[in-house]
Design a protein around this ligand. Structure first.
Ligand code: B12
Ligand code: SF4
Length: 419
């Protein structure tokens, strides 16, 4: 049997953030498209080391973030020196296609389903691997997207302080919006592509984990669709995290009934719109993790201070601060490029923990100071670990209330975390 080594390269984590690792989602979806006759060895380099001496017939590199590129390049060089061909794909391969093409044998642009990846393997088997497989915006039919192949994951690695991490799943692809710092419009052509509901529910039901992360770009794209999704989720009694949900009383109430545990909510200003949105979520027992972008053109140091006070005042459960980063193929990058504000393209430093451009109302150094200030000030009275523990306590209470809490499972997880 031939072996495929699928690798998710390591990147520099945000130092301020409590270190935890989520099971990568792109690779498990790719693995589902690899022909069954291959043995698949998966390495998430954030939690495991690559054994370059283990024999392999081909390497697939899956890169989601820009800051994974430098390590991806090193890995590719090492395998190619050993005479192994390397195919790269994933979001950052699409965002940096020209550059990635210079260091791998083949780049794959697009999604792998409906025979797209299988065609790469048949070329490989004939010794005729192409330099480029261009399926960009040639999306596979949405009903060809089956369940992800989570069996490739080493579950023991995705445990945080004795608690098993969430499993990731998506009910739709694409996003119809086009927010200025986001590359999703470029990647998905502003098309919202919901998967057939029965297949989504079937997949979610089959996941042996009561805690999930619905990684859909946004659950605010269609009221009718999210209402249907949440209705279908109710009987499964899963508990889940998600990106923002449509800010509508009926939708939020249904989300809570469907097991919504907490949401990432972008907080971009100190307006009543945000205050009311957070209150609505919390009133329904849904936790809020504020995703806060620092360094936009309307912000100066005082504004950032006010923003932190505001977050504490509206009592969000957690906050994740990021420095605005001009990733390729975003509206903000186009503007900053024209204005000559981009400082460098050292991709390993595009982690969102560094200012890689010149902000409008501060120096890059001042913005970095304010970024540290934001983390320190928000978590001063209650540290991240405690806030996280509080969110987990809420989760366990919800699970106990509907009988889905599994103390035995927890014991097993604790043992894993000690290994
Ligand atoms: C889910 C998600 C996350 C999850 C990650 C979960 C995980 N571990 O996988 C979370 C919420 C943790 C996350 C975090 C971040 N994210 Co994010 N995230 C996404 C999101 C919404 C979807 C990605 C996804 O899973 N899609 C579904 C899968 C199935 O699709 P896929 O990965 O594209 O895979 C398909 C193809 O690409 C292809 N493929 C993939 N790999 C390979 C490999 C080969 C060889 C082949 C042939 C094909 C192939 O096949 C797959 C199946 O068809 C994207 C936006 C988007 N629309 O893509 C942003 C996105 C990737 N995130 C982004 C960012 C910026 C971040 C953060 C830095 C934000 C922050 N400051 O906190 C953090 C970084 C993490 C950290 N803190 O260290 C940016 C990346 C920008 C960049 N150039 O780096 C994106 C593009 C959104 C944006 N703002 O533009 N993110
Ligand atoms: S930030 Fe979210 S809502 Fe906006 S375009 Fe990106 S994925 Fe869509």
């Amino acid at each position: 049997m031939q072996t495929v080594t699928l690798i998710y390269p390591k990147w520099n984590k945000i130092p301020e953030q409590t270190e935890f690792h989520l099971p990568p989602h792109g690779p498990v979806c790719v693995a589902a498209s690899i022909p069954e006759k291959y043995e698949v060895r998966f390495i998430d380099e954030n939690v495991d080391e690559i054994d370059f001496s283990a024999s392999t017939d081909i390497v697939l590199l899956s890169m989601m973030l820009t800051c994974q590129l430098p390590r991806g390049k090193e890995i590719a060089a090492q395998y190619r020196e050993l005479g192994v061909q390397v195919v790269a794909g994933g979001i950052s391969t699409m965002l940096h296609s020209k550059e990635v093409a210079t260091f791998v044998d083949s780049i794959f642009l697009g999604e792998t389903e409906d025979g797209r990846l299988a065609s790469v393997f048949s070329d490989f088997e004939r010794g005729q691997l192409q330099g480029k497989y261009d399926f960009f915006h040639d999306f596979p039919p949405i009903d060809s997207i089956g369940p992800a192949r989570r069996s490739i994951l080493n579950d023991k690695r995705y445990v945080y302080r004795g608690v098993r991490m969430v499993d990731l799943v998506h009910a739709s692809r694409g996003c119809r919006f086009n927010c200025f710092p986001c590359a999703t419009a470029f990647l998905g052509g502003q098309q919202f592509r919901p998967r057939p509901m029965d297949r989504v529910i079937e997949e979610i039901e089959s996941i042996d984990n009561n805690r999930l992360f619905l990684v859909d770009n946004s659950l605010a794209q269609s009221k009718e669709w999210v209402m249907d999704l949440f209705e279908a989720l109710i009987p499964l009694k899963k508990k889940w995290i998600s990106h923002p949900i449509l800010d509508d009383e009926e939708v939020i109430a249904k989300a809570a009934k469907a097991g919504c545990w907490y949401v990432y909510q972008a907080v971009f200003d100190t307006s009543d719109v945000i205050r009311d949105r957070v209150k609505r979520l919390k009133d329904h027992g849904i936790g809020v993790e504020a995703a806060v972008l620092l360094g936009t053109d309307n912000q100066d140091a005082d504004y950032i201070k006010r923003l932190i006070d505001f977050l504490l005042e509206i009592d969000v459960d957690m906050a994740e601060f990021s420095i605005l980063t001009p990733f390729p193929h975003t509206a903000v990058t186009e503007r900053y490029e024209k204005q000559g504000r981009i400082l460098h393209r050292d991709w390993g430093r595009y982690t969102t923990a560094e200012a890689v451009y010149t902000p409008k109302n501060m120096s890059p150094k001042k913005l970095e100071e304010m970024y540290s200030y934001a983390w320190d000030a928000f978590y001063k009275d209650m540290p991240q670990s405690l806030r996280m523990a509080r969110l987990f306590t809420d989760l366990v209470k919800k699970e106990m209330a509907d009988g889905t809490y599994k103390p035995r499972e927890l014991e097993k997880e604790r043992q894993w975390s000690l290994q």
